[in-house]
Design a protein around this ligand. Structure first.
Ligand code: B12
Ligand code: SF4
Length: 481
């Protein structure tokens, strides 16, 4: 059987003259995971439109498309092209789960929720000739999960090919988050067995790992076993965790740092207690953010802070206040978002009830556009403040100020190299992406992450496969111009 798997790109990733590095960071892990369920006799092609030009002239038996909200229009156009040729089209992913009626006219089979239970069932049905129009995930478990088919991924096209997820979902329930809408029909937080996770980690070449789990630190027993197993592997890794987990678990992050944790994505979201309460982000309420940052920095762990603008307590001062605070804390990187009411979320239901949704143009639901009426911000203020935050946080003046909070020269140097590398060198990244050389920057990233007051020098022990130079693919046509 011939199976084609496609991750369509949002317009920005296809059209821009300068290609942001964020679209060449991570490979399509969800699709590679589903490919793990196919038979060895099946012929599979996985294409990621963020890094290659799609070939839509073929005629496979099944086309599988992952649909995100911002790439939904493109996903439906690709689906329609194949269906017009009589090819069987499967649509799944987050946006299909939250907007099934919208997706239905473009699919032969639709999949709601995570695919680990529904996809194998569909494959059986399809091979027997009786596929159903809709599959809804109800049984949530990762036991027996096959290894993702990483052999289908063009490693050289990504800066971080070693992304992985060892859990699904998150134990918390924030009103603005996609999580409860995606996992609504069953368990919304579950993990792999630690042994299985460690086997996957051991199979990954090189040193660097990026855990894409929503909250890696959500289940203590699992995570302790994982870190114990990773100790001595010589890895450097990045992940996401909550303020609560940093403050409430003595020893946990020390163990993580010893096993190679070098930077943590933390959802601070807002500096205002009223906002946290209104969004039911209760695990952040009353927490000492500054203490959490100090703890991470004392272990040599860099902080990537996430902030969301536009909640009801946010007035015009929120932008500068947040950036000034972030710089004073010596945060290495920050990600700012405009509050976005994704379909299926509690936030959206509330704003709809209050008549505050301004548009349903999904292209604008990219956390960079104002799509609802804020309570205390005038038209234009939210988007202008959002862009100003990036400009101010990543100005050389503020990068130097934040770096100068680090106790020693190595820490200051790492801060400058990491932050400057991400945000001040877009033209260089653009060139590397277009020339197909982005993967060659991985050793540089690993070196920068390894600098500084870290507990684990990260030498590569025997047995860890290392790829120094991934095969370099020719630049895709898309980037040749
Ligand atoms: C890595 C990541 C990215 C990466 C790359 C994405 C990629 N290559 O897949 C980058 C940096 C490019 C990115 C960009 C953006 N992202 Co993003 N990203 C993620 C993140 C952190 C992990 C995705 C992942 O790999 N998950 C692990 C795999 C195993 O799960 P999965 O991909 O969901 O696949 C499973 C199921 O969805 C399902 N499935 C999926 N497709 C199909 C198809 C079929 C047929 C079947 C059966 C099943 C199925 O089965 C899979 C196995 O269970 C998620 C958060 C999250 N936890 O998912 C946010 C997330 C997906 N991103 C989000 C957003 C908003 C964006 C941006 C708009 C942000 C921005 N401001 O630019 C852009 C736009 C992306 C786009 N192209 O449209 C939102 C999506 C909201 C929504 N309702 O769609 C999320 C959920 C973050 C959040 N908490 O809000 N992102
Ligand atoms: S803690 Fe993060 S991932 Fe978990 S529900 Fe809240 S926003 Fe979503």
């Amino acid at each position: 059987m011939k199976v084609k798997m496609i991750l369509p790109a949002l317009i920005e990733a296809r059209g821009l003259p300068v290609r942001p590095i964020k679209y060449s960071l991570f490979p399509p892990l969800g699709l590679a995971t589903l490919a793990g369920y196919l038979d060895s006799s099946d012929e599979v092609l996985l294409q990621d439109e963020h890094v290659e030009k799609l070939d839509l002239n073929d005629r496979p038996d099944i086309v599988v498309i992952q649909v995100y909200i911002t790439s939904a229009k493109r996903a439906y156009a690709i689906a329609d092209t194949y269906r017009a040729k009589g090819v069987y089209v499967c649509l799944g992913g987050l946006h299909v789960t939250t907007c099934p009626q919208e997706a239905a006219p473009h699919a032969d089979s639709m999949f709601l929720g995570p695919g680990e239970d529904t996809w194998p069932g569909f494959l059986r049905d399809f091979r027997q000739g009786y596929p159903k129009p809709i599959y809804r995930s109800l049984n949530r478990s990762l036991s027996g999960l096959p290894m993702p088919r990483r052999d289908l991924i063009r490693r050289g096209s990504y800066l971080v090919p070693n992304s992985l997820v060892v859990s699904r979902g998150c134990p918390h329930h924030c009103d603005f988050c996609y999580k409860d809408s995606f996992f609504k029909d069953g368990k919304s937080f579950y993990t792999l067995e630690a042994d299985r996770a460690l086997r996957e980690i051991s199979s990954l070449p090189g040193r660097h790992l990026y855990f894409l789990d929503d909250h890696l630190f959500g289940k203590n027993a699992f995570i302790h076993s994982l870190f114990r197993g990773m100790k001595g592997m010589g890895r450097v890794w990045q992940a996401a965790g909550t303020v609560k987990s940093i403050l409430e678990n003595p020893g946990l992050y020390e163990e993580a740092a010893t096993s190679g944790l070098r930077s943590l994505f933390v959802g601070f979201e807002t500096l205002t207690q009223g906002n946290l309460a209104a969004m039911h982000k209760t695990h952040n309420l009353g927490r000492d953010y500054e203490e959490a940052i100090r703890r991470l920095h004392s272990m040599g762990v860099m902080v990537n802070a996430s902030f969301v603008y536009g909640m009801d307590d946010d007035g015009p001062d929120v932008f500068d206040r947040t950036v000034d605070w972030a710089v004073a804390q010596g945060l290495e990187t920050a990600t700012f978002h405009i509050l976005t009411p994704y379909p299926g979320t509690v936030l959206r239901a509330r704003l709809e009830g209050e008549g505050r949704i301004l548009t349903n143009d999904w292209d604008l639901y990219d956390t960079r556009h104002q799509v609802f009426q804020p309570a205390r911000l005038k038209t234009g203020e939210l988007e202008a403040g959002y862009w100003r935050s990036y400009e101010r946080f990543y100005s050389w003046k503020n990068i130097l100020r934040a770096a100068s909070t680090k106790a020693d020269m190595a820490g200051q140097f790492r801060h400058l190299a990491y932050t400057g590398g991400w945000k001040k060198m877009e033209p260089m990244w653009n060139l590397l992406i277009r020339s197909g050389w982005v993967g060659r920057m991985r050793p540089v990233l690993e070196t920068v992450l390894g600098i500084g007051p870290v507990r684990n020098p990260g030498t590569i022990p025997r047995g860890v496969p290392e790829i120094v130079n991934d095969p370099v693919e020719p630049p895709g046509e898309l980037f040749a111009a």
